[in-house]
Write a protein that binds this ligand. Sequence first.
Ligand SMILES: [Zn+2]
Length: 267
Amino acid sequence: MTTVGDVVEVLETAYPPELAESWDAVGLVCGDPAEPVSRILVCVDPVESTVDEALELDAELIVAHHPLLLRGVHGVPASTPKGGIVHRLVRGGAALFCAHTNADAADPGVSDALAEALGLTVVGPLAPNPDGRTGIGRIAELPAAEPFEKFVARVAAALPATAGGVRAAGAPDRPIRTVAVSGGAGDGYLEAATRAGVDAFVTADLRHHPASEHLAAPEVPALVDVAHWASERPWCEQVAAILRDVLGGNVDITVSNRCTDPWRFSG
Ligand SMILES: [Zn+2]
């Protein structure tokens, strides 16, 4: 019999909690480590639609990237959106585990999954920890240089479609061979990508001023901005592979098929 606690142990070996940022909240959010698990759902966001999916599947555990409860919480009344989710999970017999910045920093982690989905070979972390192996973002390479326009089409084809699509800033014919990637919001790593001397930087949630100021400087990476959810979705397959590898045939592992990008359509 596999328990919630057994799965947590596998996940905390792959994504050590000590790699999480100090402000983060990772680990088991609700659920009993002693309870048995036969089905697991892996998703980016622990929200109503993925909780629906988990309960429809009779999953006893949801593994999510984003924390459900990040800031100080003084109660979980079912009349609030997050308290309602906690109640549904507990009543439905499903535990929730989150691996957030620890999954970003781990090797392999969120950005390795993104790089792999894009057909890139990882060279090392973009913002390395002192061990030189873990850290946020990755520097990676294409097998051969290709024009930026073609690279952007590659990104769009590799990631799930979203309302916001893929936005690009840079000359369409610029040759791209080295690429920095950072799953999730990557504003904070624009300078690291420039210092790395890469041809392009793929990330999410780039804002007007940081992007515009970055592009005004000479010899900076071209920018590719994708939906936050889409940039982290490849990580779900990585988690599923790690769990299948360790837990074998004892547990059914499903990657969520729900799009939890908050943007639903474009005008
Ligand atoms: Zn994220």
